[in-house]
Design a protein around this ligand. Structure first.
Ligand SMILES: CC(C)(COP(=O)(O)OP(=O)(O)OC[C@H]1O[C@@H](n2cnc3c(N)ncnc32)[C@H](O)[C@@H]1OP(=O)(O)O)[C@@H](O)C(=O)NCCC(=O)NCCS
Length: 195
């Protein structure tokens, strides 16, 4: 898995040794806004295991986000596998410690991840699943050249906006074709939904 560099951030792969710091982040209710609420250490361990599992299977996964200035882990940004309306999708997901909000860091990270998706991984499509009230996240998606695709209902949430971006302009992709196109770097197997 590549390391992505931006002017202020390093996006590197997660390792088991990140559990303590990640558990601290995921226990923070603000870090976990617009999700399932603060995580226990056990829930974070399961989350990290899932992330590491994608990585070992050669699938796109989340990156640990490190601030260059002081080498601190402040959150994550990267790829999350979702099943949306019976279709496997690859989401660009991000969460940052509230001390680092409002500095453009999430925009910087999300842009690097989007470029990596199309340039290096040759993904044909990525999405972002965003709660309608999450204005900061909607703005990041807009600045990532994403457009609202549709509304959907996900797990415990009310209708969510689904923002999508394809590698070369906007187009509609039939779900079965999309599933085939998502089979990258994995011996031709389709990406399974690991949720
Ligand atoms: C969403 C999140 C990652 C944004 O991080 P961030 O580093 O503050 O984002 P940025 O500084 O890059 O700002 C992104 C844009 O949102 C805007 N923004 C930030 N907070 C906002 C708010 N509360 N309301 C409206 N716009 C907001 C910023 O002004 C910026 O737009 P601009 O460049 O046009 O000014 C951060 O708030 C977070 O971790 N939230 C909790 C987890 C979460 O919601 N993740 C996304 C799930 S879909």
């Amino acid at each position: 898995m590549a390391v992505l560099e931006t002017p202020r951030l390093i996006l590197r792969q997660f390792g088991e040794e990140d559990l303590d710091l990640l558990a601290e982040l995921m226990a923070n209710r603000d870090f976990m806004r617009f999700s399932l609420g603060a995580f226990s250490r056990e829930q974070t361990a399961a989350f990290l295991k899932k992330t590491l599992g994608w990585k070992s299977a050669g699938l796109p996964s989340l990156f640990a986000v490190i601030v260059r200035e002081h080498s601190k882990l402040i959150g994550y940004c990267g790829f999350f596998h979702q099943e949306i309306d019976e279709t496997n999708e690859i989401e660009i997901a991000y969460r940052f410690h509230p001390d680092y909000w409002g500095r453009g860091l999430a925009t910087e990270a999300a842009r690097a991840v989007r470029d990596h998706a199309f340039r290096d991984l040759k993904l044909s499509r990525v999405i972002s699943l965003i709660h309608p009230d999450n204005r900061a996240s909607r703005r990041i998606a807009e600045k990532n050249a994403m457009k609202v695709d549709k509304k959907t209902v996900h797990v415990v949430f009310p209708p969510l906006f689904l923002r999508s971006r394809v590698s070369s302009g906007w187009r509609q992709v039939p779900p079965d074709k999309l599933a085939r196109e998502c089979a990258i770097g994995n011996g031709g197997r389709s990406i399974g939904v690991i949720f």
